[in-house]
Design a protein around this ligand. Sequence first.
Ligand SMILES: [Zn+2]
Length: 223
Amino acid sequence: MLKFKQFFLSSLIDFCFPNFCVFCGIKTFNHFPVCNPCSTKIKPQSKLITENPNGFISKTWIPFEFTEEVSTLIHLLKYSEVTSVPKFFITFFPEELVSLLKNEDFDVLLPVPLHAVKQRERSYNQSELIADQLSHLINVKIATKILKRKRYTETQTKLDKKQREQNVKNVFEVSDKTLSLNKILLVDDVCTTGSTTNECAKTLLETKICKEVQLFALAKPKN
Ligand SMILES: [Zn+2]
């Protein structure tokens, strides 16, 4: 009965507030930004994990190929308030990814923080929306207060790797240095050069509030 009520409510919301596919314009269901035929263009990566045991980030999880469609959806999530994108993406997470992430036994998921001013401008943090979906899927809580940006940085899009590293140097701080955690999973939208997430991990490890940091990002652009 409950399932029927949920279905009825969901159908009613779809009817009153229809969503349209961002690629072809036809009506979509489940409040998703992409229709079923266009969804077939979203492909999980064959190599889900990259290990780097000696780096600040010991393991990186990237579920999707950085195709034009994936790139468009992430751009819409970041800059056009299409906040249903993470909920859409998780329906394509391979089973293997979910069970491997569960086995890691993370203490917390930590979305890469935006500066307070940028978060106010955007009204949400896209990485937090991704972490929120992941949190339900692997039963790990989100920690949004552990790390904060102490300096406002300009957008990194036009900077090269070296400039990006310089731009985010010492930009983060840990708010509670008495924490004692084992493993943290950083969550970001895309992993471009990795400068920002590397700086996050460096700050977390240097303050010794955890023993290991891993990274989850939806996709990684090809260099
Ligand atoms: Zn479509």
